[in-house]
Design a protein around this ligand. Structure first.
Ligand SMILES: [Zn+2]
Length: 128
C-alpha cells in the first residue's frame, strides 16, 4: 500500500515541481511590473529551495527503491502486486506483467518484452 502510494507520488513529483516553479515564474513576472522587491524575493527563494526540492525527491526515490527491493525479494511485483518474479543476470522481471527492475529497485521498462525470443546470452535464474 505504501509502495503503491509512493510510486504514484514519485511519478507525479517532477511535474508537480515543474508546475510550482512555473507558477513562481508567472508571479515573479507579474511582480516585476507591480512590486519589484517581490520578484527578487521569489527568484532568490526559488533558487534556494531547489536544493531542498531535489533532496526531498531523492529521498522519496530512495525509500521507493528500498520498498521495491523488499517486494521483489518477497517474490511480489511492485507494479502489478502479483508475480512470479524471475531474476536474470541483469535485472528482475515480473512474469505477470513483464515489467523489469534493476537490482537497486529502478523500474526499467513499462512494456512487456518479447518472451518468445530470449537473448542467447541471457542466463535465467529463477528465484524460488
Ligand atoms: Zn508485475
Amino acid at each position: 500500500m505504501i509502495l503503491r502510494i509512493l510510486r504514484s507520488v514519485n511519478r507525479a513529483y517532477p511535474f508537480l515541481v515543474l508546475g510550482g516553479y512555473m507558477v513562481a515564474f508567472a508571479l515573479a513576472f507579474i511582480c516585476v511590473f507591480t512590486f519589484p522587491l517581490g520578484a527578487l524575493v521569489l527568484i532568490i527563494g526559488s533558487v534556494l529551495s531547489l536544493a531542498f526540492v531535489v533532496f526531498f525527491g531523492e529521498t522519496l526515490s530512495g525509500i521507493e527503491g528500498i520498498l521495491t527491493r523488499r517486494a521483489l525479494k518477497r517474490n511480489r511485483c511492485p507494479a502489478c502486486r502479483m508475480g512470479p518474479i524471475q531474476k536474470n543476470v541483469a535485472a528482475y522481471q515480473c512474469l505477470g506483467c513483464g515489467v523489469r527492475f534493476e537490482f537497486d529497485g529502478t523500474q526499467l521498462s513499462q512494456e512487456a518484452p518479447d518472451m518468445e525470443t530470449p537473448d542467447a546470452n541471457t542466463k535465467l535464474i529463477v528465484v524460488e
